[in-house]
Design a binder for this molecule. Structure first.
Ligand code: 0X9
Ligand code: ZN
Length: 696
């Protein structure tokens, strides 16, 4: 579990090129040329052959994308200073999209052409263009108005910083009536402003369920057995800026019949964060767009996907306001994350998907690597308690859309993300989808293809992946079920107050959900397990005592050279630890290879710490055979070093688990009549008759 998986570089622009060929752009205005000396935002591929490079890159405060692999990370350069920072750090890069604003204009043309040529797209809504925020709100309102038995429009408790209401829809049979204990499936989009397809897919899924209800048996059955809650745009302020600033302003009238058009305030098309301008201070309503024009439109704001409470403040999130991954002043400091926290705390969300773009990934918890130790817990994060089930579902979803299914941490560490909190605090399964191969908001036909599936995935795509997630949400094997008798019309409440670990401390969370007993005096309540996964008993591997074998070497390696040292493992052990130490503040890196029968080498580990820190590689259960330990000198001096390989037996210790209970109360006429502690595991059904609640 200490090894990071190596991902192949995805063929660039495959989908986009196909789209370009299939469209005519005749009649669409061309964008005006940029001032020749102005820096235009670029998407670049930064070479990061070692872990040291990745760590160095993370210190530069640049706008890193999720599109990263073993030896590269894609980065948005917003300013000339961003580019200079890469050069100064000595990191090489290739430019992939040289002018994102020109690309924005090109996409706008493609989108206009597609819309002009398309009567009705094959999407459930038939839409042929990206929605604006007004479109989302109108579509949700219309869906609820046209299907009152099936759809309820609701407003989230907190308006955005810029004063906008945030809406969602709840879908289910008899949705206007009282809650009857059905499992909740939650679908979220647009935490990050520029990631437009993430809202489109959430919204299309809502339309899909509603329009197929009553005709498609599978969908009808799923909607009857669940409540599906969709919040397509969590970050309404950011999205509105990105979506409108990316629009072309048509100048043909002032251009005397010419073809000129420009991008209106283009920098914000690639905004990521919310509209926080000063920590602790609300923005005067309606002023964010004027005030937040920071370099590239991304400098201001809090990264909402670092602001949730789960391990908040840990690795992969910044404490600097101007950084793209700024975590905010405190866990849940932002109204947008408070909304989702309150939504999830008030319902039994058994499965959720939070959509993002891009990189074709299905990511499961945890967000940070398993060997990291949060100060709040003092033991390694390890794998989630439900790893097998989480992986199985993630793999099954990824098989529908051709995405890669993996732990979120396998590309880079994150803390304070949506599922870092929701899974660990509620036990409900949570996934991040990174939609699309290569752009934050690609030409619209790609949104269609990703939703419905294309090529070998035709007829599946994210639509099928979401349906599988919904099936998981209603599957009683995957959550817990309480049943029993209780007075008709009584309110049942399940409540629990827990301490959620942030990285260094904890915050208090109260989960408080209700249902109303039906007229037959029986209830069935689909709920999350009473004990949180984070406090279940778990096995932690720690190395204790002296090595069972150890060998050391010393040497010197000239600048830009490397030295290889062979080491044989001749017994079965739990751990091989290789350390590299040297006295001068140089930057030495360590790579470890396994020597194959034919003499070729397969890399099995690497370590590249900050300048001056010593290097360490750990291999769990190393296979017997010959290893090549490679010392690489990146710096200018010629340091002498000491290399040590040591074999250890690990001690597996069990961290004793806690048992947590729900408090189940039965209320009549606003008075609590009966109170019972309930302990229930995943996959369990428990009968709790609340007969005392019926007595006068
Ligand atoms: O960095 C992020 O927030 C997500 N990538 S994005 O390019 N859309 O910004 C990935 C988050 C993955 N980590 C967790 N879900 N924990
Ligand atoms: Zn995102």
């Amino acid at each position: 579990m200490l090894l990071r998986s190596i991902r192949r570089r995805i063929a660039l622009c495959g989908v986009t090129t196909a789209v370009l060929v299939g469209l005519t752009t005749a009649g669409v205005a061309a964008p005006a040329a940029a001032a020749p000396d102005a820096f235009r935002p670029q998407l670049v591929t930064v070479d990061t052959p070692t872990r040291a490079d990745k760590q160095l890159l993370q210190t530069l405060g640049l706008d890193l994308t999720e599109h990263a692999g073993h030896d590269y990370v894609e980065v948005v350069l917003h300013t000339a200073e961003d580019a200079a920072a890469l050069v100064a750090a000595g990191l090489g890069y290739d430019v992939r999209i040289p002018d994102l604003l020109a690309r924005e204009a090109e996409n706008n043309q493609l989108n206009a052409a597609y819309a002009a040529a398309t009567e009705r797209s094959p999407l459930p809504s038939g839409r042929d263009a990206y929605r604006t925020l007004d479109d989302y709100n109108a579509d949700m309102a219309a869906l609820a108005e046209e299907h009152p038995d099936l759809v309820k429009l609701f407003t989230l408790p907190h308006a955005s910083l810029d004063g906008r209401p945030i809406y969602g829809v709840e879908i289910g049979r008899g949705v206007q009536g009282p809650e009857r204990g059905l499992p909740v499936f939650l679908m979220l989009g647009v935490h990050h402003a520029r990631e437009w397809p993430s809202g489109e897919h959430a919204m299309e899924f809502a339309v899909d369920l509603v329009s197929n209800y009553g005709t498609d048996r599978r969908i009808t059955d799923l909607v009857n057995r669940s409540r599906v809650v969709v919040v397509p745009v969590v970050n309404v302020d950011g999205f509105h800026m990105s979506r409108t600033d990316g629009e072309l302003v048509d100048l043909r009238t002032v251009d005397e019949g010419g073809t000129a058009s420009i991008l209106g305030t283009p920098g914000n098309a690639y905004k990521r964060k919310n509209c926080r301008l000063v920590d602790g201070q609300d923005t005067p309503d309606g002023t964010c767009a004027i005030a937040a024009t920071s370099p590239g439109g991304y400098g201001a704001g809090v990264d909402l996907n670092r602001n949730y409470g789960g391990y908040w403040g840990g690795p992969g999130a910044s404490d600097l306001f101007a950084d793209p991954t700024y975590r905010g002043a405190a866990p849940f400091s932002e109204p947008e994350t408070q909304n989702i926290r309150e939504l999830i705390s008030g319902r039994q969300v058994t499965t959720l998907i939070t959509n993002h773009t891009f990189s074709n990934l299905v990511l499961r918890p945890n967000g940070a690597a398993p060997d990291l130790v949060p100060g709040s817990e003092g033991i390694p994060l390890g794998d989630p308690y439900d790893e097998d089930a989480l992986r199985e579902l993630g793999d099954e979803m990824a098989a529908q859309n051709g995405y890669t299914s993996q732990h979120a941490w396998e590309l880079y560490d994150t803390t304070g993300s949506t599922e870092d909190w929701s899974y660990n605090t509620t036990g409900g399964f949570g996934y991040t989808f990174e939609i699309g191969p290569d752009e934050f908001h690609p030409p619209f036909p790609e949104v269609v293809d990703e939703y419905l599936g294309a090529g070998e995935y035709a007829g599946r795509g994210n639509r099928e992946a979401y349906l599988i997630a919904l099936e998981n949400a209603v599957d009683p094997e995957m959550h817990s079920v309480l049943t029993g008798r209780a007075p008709a019309g009584a309110i049942l409440r399940l409540k629990k107050t827990v301490a959620t670990s942030t990285w260094d401390a904890s915050i208090q969370d109260t989960l408080d959900t209700t249902m109303t007993v039906g007229p037959d005096g029986r209830y069935t309540w689909h709920v999350n397990p009473s004990t949180r996964p984070v406090v279940m008993d778990r096995q932690v591997e720690t190395v204790s005592g002296d090595p069972v074998a150890e060998e050391s070497w010393t040497g010197t390696t000239a600048p830009l050279q490397s030295t290889d040292q062979e080491f044989a493992v001749t017994q079965d052990v739990d751990l091989l630890e290789i350390t590299l130490d040297w006295p001068t503040p140089d930057d030495l890196d360590l790579e470890v290879y396994r020597k194959n029968a034919d003499g070729s080498l397969t890399q099995v580990g690497s370590s590249g710490n900050f300048v001056g820190d010593k290097e360490r590689v750990l291999l769990q259960d190393p296979a017997q055979g010959t290893y090549v330990l490679r010392v690489i000198n990146f710096a200018s001096a010629t340091p002498s070093w000491t290399l040590t390989a040591a074999l250890f037996e690990a001690e597996t210790s069990t961290v004793p688990g806690l048992v947590e209970n729900w408090t189940l109360t039965c209320e009549r006429d606003g008075r609590v009549v009966q109170r019972v502690p309930v302990v229930i595991d995943r996959g369990q059904q428990l009968r709790v008759n609340l007969t005392a609640c019926g007595r006068r």
